[in-house]
Write a protein that binds this ligand. Structure first.
Ligand SMILES: [Zn+2]
Length: 250
């Protein structure tokens, strides 16, 4: 065996032995293309006990600009999200919609605003973020105050289905792609509980799922706040989980 062959074998053995130690770390932010000009952004939050939970938002290309739905989960993760968008899409983010006043949706609001992004929310979200010490979106969508109201924001239809997971939760519909971003008011197929119900309204949530399921039955993809996207059946699945939570009064 010549010297080159011996070196090659040694390298292969080294890679087999130490390969996992040198494996690329999971990227902080994942951008998953769902349709032409539509991506889901996924960030992860690590709890002090080490438990990790991922969180979903959307990026929608509108002409030569991008609209973001929800920040990443945390300020630093939102900085990483802006970097990932620059690297992979390289178009300016001009607008963002925050779908309710929880940190997985709104923690990065100041980061976005410092980059010149106009951040929109339900008027209640402004009030709740102030009360909870979270960064406050600078533009309230007053036209969405009433349940059932919807507005166009470029390619996005933003609507307020009524109180569900949170009193202020918004949803986004992309009519061209038939993608429904349900946010935390929709649970993933793998979810076995309704999640955090302490800031919402379970009775209203069940009614909201009923209405949304009927109105957006043509959706080809439904994006929950956490976990994998699915079909319109996620709406009924969520409704079942909320009913179970109501029965056990959790
Ligand atoms: Zn939430």
């Amino acid at each position: 065996m010549n010297k080159t062959a011996r070196i090659c074998i040694l390298m292969v053995l080294c890679m087999q032995t130490f390969g996992s130690a040198f494996a690329e770390p999971e990227p902080e932010i994942q951008l998953k293309e769902l349709a032409d000009g539509v991506w889901m952004h996924v960030s992860s939050y690590v709890y002090p006990d080490g438990k990790t939970l991922s969180s979903n938002g959307l990026i929608v290309k509108d002409g030569v600009e991008l609209t973001l739905v929800d920040t990443a989960w945390g300020e630093l993760k939102t900085v990483a999200l802006i970097k990932a968008i620059k690297l992979e899409i390289d178009l300016p983010i001009t607008r963002a919609v925050v779908t309710h006043a929880h940190s997985d949706r709104a923690a990065g609001v100041d980061v976005l605003e410092s980059h010149g992004v106009k951040v929109f929310s339900h008027p209640l979200t402004q009030r709740i973020t102030i009360e909870h010490g979270l960064p406050v979106p600078n533009h309230a969508l007053d036209a969405l105050a009433e349940r059932g109201a919807s507005i166009k924001l470029g390619k996005l239809t933003v609507f307020y289905p009524g109180p569900a997971h949170a009193m202020d939760n918004l949803m986004v519909w992309l009519p061209e792609e038939k993608i429904l971003f349900g946010g935390c008011a929709v649970r993933s197929g793998a979810s076995t509980s309704a999640g955090n119900t302490s800031h919402g309204d379970k009775a209203s949530w069940i009614k909201v799922m009923n209405r949304v399921g009927k109105q957006y039955h043509s959706a080809t993809l439904v994006i929950p706040g956490h976990g994998e996207p699915g079909g319109i059946d996620l709406i009924e699945h969520t409704s079942d989980l909320v009913k179970a939570a109501s029965d056990t009064r959790t």
